[in-house]
Design a protein around this ligand. Structure first.
Ligand SMILES: Cc1ncc(C[n+]2csc(CCOP(=O)(O)OP(=O)(O)O)c2C)c(N)n1
Ligand SMILES: [Mg+2]
Length: 431
């Protein structure tokens, strides 16, 4: 707190003070999330999809929830999905988690240089993807492997990309996990944060210009909303009433920076919508039914030319930022256990059990199957090579495909690179 008596040297005017946000808990601290307001799932109202943004002004400050403490579905947001769809949702999330586990271990074993898990955030991609049409165009960030898995992308292809091996369709040109699949309406992931947001809005505008029926959805981390691109995206989205959904995944952390550095101490991320005149919803991101319901609401709205929606999913990044990160250096280890919104897979499992559509044996069997599927896919991908085994795309392909005609400066670089390799490996290095 400011020293009230402090004055500017040589004057009696009060001195200014800069506020630097500080997270509530650091390593070793006891964690108490009691300050987080969590409304009950019961009695929640679902507004009309055609509502004006100004009539939705309470939603950015609330928290859409469907699953109650009794593991049952409540309120008007209940999407009333049939048990088979709920089991598919659970299976997709379990497969994502099994995939993450194995890829993480693969990185530790030196099979790839890098991996990023989405542990605890599976619902925000799996349930959202299930609420969209399979050909709606998605512009994800790097933590939405759940979308590709939900859309049925071949796990072997994903692993080939992670290993940058000779089966990698992206020819080793992208960082591991930065997938791209036109066939799955999944835009190429970019490491430059938030660039996908104006791209999604632009794509949505083009879809409207062409009088197409497909909408766009993008996913961006809460830390990345501090980037200018995100704000340009919001402006374009509202100005042109673009058929787009802007999903903000508020997992509390941006590597070692807590969400306060992106503005969370002052307001919610969903409340950004208000200033732009966008519809805004704040949603329990660990409640798969609430995620589905919110995404379906926004998708219906966009499809009916009702305009864009900004959705904040309140969740928690349960593990490190990436395999290059060690969160024990900057946050309390007990945050994960204390996180009040629980685990999305466990919550959906308990719901299915509560309605008599699932049991622990089937859960264990499903987990076993998911692990087996991932293991088999890993074995298959390893036939195409792993990091450091030389089975990557030939070196010279680096200069292909980017330009129709290779410009002179790249020709020079290619020649120089070839020459350097000749000097370094006179006997010839395998390509
Ligand atoms: C423009 C830009 N700035 C910084 C980085 C480095 N960087 C990569 S991920 C990351 C954290 C992003 O956090 P958030 O948006 O909350 O997403 P999360 O990792 O939590 O999913 C940073 C700072 C980058 N890749 N691009
Ligand atoms: Mg984050």
């Amino acid at each position: 707190m400011a020293d009230k008596a402090a004055t500017t040297p040589g004057s009696n005017r009060p001195s200014l003070e800069l506020h630097v946000p500080e997270p509530k808990f650091r390593p070793g601290d006891a964690v108490d999330f009691g300050h987080i307001a969590i409304p009950s799932a019961e009695g929640q109202k679902r507004p009309d999809e055609a509502s004006e943004p100004r009539d939705l002004s309470e939603y950015p400050y609330g928290l859409v929830r469907v699953l109650g403490d009794d593991d049952r579905a409540h309120g008007e947001w209940d999407p009333k999905l049939d048990p088979e769809t709920l089991r598919t949702m659970l299976r997709n999330m379990a497969l994502v988690r099994a995939f993450d586990e194995r890829m993480f271990r693969g990185q530790r074993q030196g099979k790839t240089s890098f991996y990023m898990k989405c542990t605890g955030e599976e619902a925000t991609s799996v349930a959202a993807a299930m609420a969209l049409a399979s050909d709606d165009m998605v512009f994800p960030s790097y933590r939405q492997q759940g979308i590709l898995i939900t859309r049925g992308y071949d796990l072997v292809e994903m692993i080939n990309q992670i290993y940058s091996n000779k089966g990698d369709k992206l020819l080793g040109r992208q960082l591991p996990i930065m997938y791209s699949s036109r066939e799955h309406s999944f835009f190429s992931i970019s490491g430059n944060l938030a660039t996908q947001t104006p791209q999604a809005v632009g794509w949505a505008m083009a879809s409207a210009i062409k009088r197409d029926s497909r909408i766009a959805a993008t996913w961006v981390g809460e830390g990345s909303t501090a980037e200018g691109d995100f704000h340009s995206a919001c402006t374009f989205a509202t100005v042109y009433n673009a058929p787009v959904i802007l999903n903000v995944i508020n997992n509390q952390w941006a590597i070692s920076s807590f969400s306060g550095f992106a503005g969370a101490e002052r307001t919610t991320f969903a409340a950004r919508a208000l200033g732009y005149g966008l519809a805004g919803l704040r949603v329990d991101g660990n409640d798969a039914l609430a995620v589905y319901a919110a995404q379906a609401w926004a998708a219906n709205r966009a499809r009916a030319n009702g305009g864009p929606t900004l959705i904040e999913y309140f969740t928690y990044r349960a593990e490190g930022h990436s395999t290059s990160d060690d969160p024990s250096g900057y946050r309390s280890a007990t945050e994960r256990e204390e996180w009040p919104l629980g685990d999305p897979i466990n919550r959906l499992k308990k719901h299915l059990i509560a309605i008599g559509e699932w049991d622990e044996e089937r859960q264990a069997e499903m987990d076993r199957e998911a692990a087996e599927r991932v293991k088999a896919a890993t074995k298959e991908a390893e036939k195409n090579g792993i990091l450091g085994h030389g089975m990557h795309h030939p070196f010279r392909t680096m200069f292909q495909d980017v330009y129709e005609e290779l410009p002179w400066h790249l020709k020079e670089q290619a020649e120089q690179a070839r020459h350097e390799r000749e000097v370094k490996w006179p006997e010839g290095k395998p390509e």
